[in-house]
Write a protein that binds this ligand. Structure first.
Ligand code: MTE
Ligand code: MO
Length: 368
């Protein structure tokens, strides 16, 4: 194990509202978000899906890459692409959202990837169910979790590690986790985890480990950096915090009309304006209501019913727009009664900001 650690004392700098450092801008260039007009697609075109890559994209070959089951299994084994292709396949549309989505508008803001709204997308993921693969390796009776290790490695807050996350036995039994090799019917792109990743439906994206190398059965609580050092709800730096798991209720609107190039504010013509967007929530729950605020007065939107368990739902609203200056928001409610807040609840890592999106729209008089 390497001992040279030039990043040991790296402390995240303080941030100032509205001011982004060059480092944050560089992060934003590596990790692209969904262009919001793409909310029109039920399934996000591959190149428009958001990307979050902590370290470097590893160069792995589909033909010779091996996934190993290790640790406390009675029947440890390895799998390659040919083995996996022979197994039963499943395709599930899943909405994935980064837990840091919305971070840039939380105050005070945490120093990390400065997402605004775009760290979300829906793909048809094809793979084979993880539960059966794990059962085949026969975990010993005292195993409590499974550690999923990616091939990518780097430092965070002075800690060197491969990107890895764990799921408990119960989570593997309940979450429909897939070992994935295709996205929207095409082989995974390198940036999305080729040749293999997992997808954990309903959870924030950090659980869906890319560039999967190894699945280790363990009888110990997992203390990896990406499990305990981050991705926890915390109010203060030294809080132990609560693990971040399933996605909170959220919705977004496709920006109507045409944009101004830099401010992204919109202009539409008066008359009927068809607003639409998407709403989603994790934990296998359903969205039951979406409301639209036009300068603070709320109206019910129409919700499409025909979407699958883990994919976002389409909402629409016919707006009779009269000339003026507007802030428009959508607000979703789920079957548990959880509703999007108007302002972000504070979190020191800037996680899980599900407050309502605000879109600034100018309505001009339609030409007669
Ligand atoms: N190995 C590895 N897996 C990873 C990551 C990573 O940096 N390395 N990022 C995670 C995070 S935080 C998110 S939000 C999703 C993003 O998946 P995508 O880039 O395919 O949209 O991948 C997750 N899996
Ligand atoms: Mo993420």
């Amino acid at each position: 194990m390497a001992t040279y650690n030039p990043f040991k004392k790296f402390i995240r700098p303080k941030t100032e509202t509205g001011v982004f450092s060059e480092t944050e801008v560089n992060l934003a260039n590596r990790n692209s978000g969904l262009p919001l007009e793409s909310l029109e697609h039920d399934v996000t075109p591959i190149g428009q899906h958001y990307l979050l890559i902590h370290f470097d994209i590893p160069k792995l070959n589909q033909a010779d890459h091996i996934i190993s089951f290790t640790g406390d299994f009675f029947n440890p084994y390895t799998l390659n692409y040919r083995d996996i292709k022979k197994m039963p396949s499943q395709t599930i549309p899943v909405t994935l959202e980064c837990a840091g989505n919305g971070r840039s508008s939380m105050e005070p803001r945490s120093f990390s990837m400065p997402w605004s709204y775009g760290a979300v997308g829906t793909s048809e993921w094809t793979g084979t169910p993880m539960k059966a693969l794990i059962q085949r390796a026969k975990p010993k009776s005292d195993v409590i979790n499974f550690i999923f290790t990616g091939a990518d490695r780097g430092f965070d807050s002075g800690v060197e590690h491969n990107f890895e996350r764990s799921l408990t036995v119960e989570q593997i039994n309940n979450l429909d986790v897939l070992l994935v090799y295709e996205m929207n019917g095409q082989p995974l792109l390198p940036q999305h985890g080729a040749p293999f990743r997992i997808v954990v439906p309903g959870w924030y994206g950090m659980a869906s480990v890319k560039w999967l190398n190894e699945i280790q059965a363990s009888t110990e609580p997992f203390q990896g950096y990406q499990q305990v050092g981050t991705y926890r709800y915390r109010q203060k730096r030294d809080d132990e915090g609560e693990p971040i798991t399933s996605m909170k209720v959220k919705s977004l609107m496709k920006p109507p009309g045409i944009p101004d190039w830099t401010s992204r504010k919109r202009i539409v013509s008066s008359g009927q304006v068809d607003l639409m967007g998407r709403a989603w929530v994790g934990g296998g729950r359903q969205i039951i209501k979406v409301e639209i605020s036009i300068n603070g007065s709320w109206h019910n939107a129409t919700l499409d019913q025909d979407s699958s368990k883990y994919a976002w739902k389409k909402w629409s609203f016919e707006w009779a727009a009269i000339p003026g200056d507007y802030i428009i928001s959508s607000r979703a409610t789920d079957e548990a009664g959880d509703i999007q807040p108007l302002e972000a609840p504070f979190d020191i890592g800037g996680f899980a900001n599900n407050s309502v999106q605000k879109t600034h729209i100018f309505v001009r008089k339609a030409e007669q």
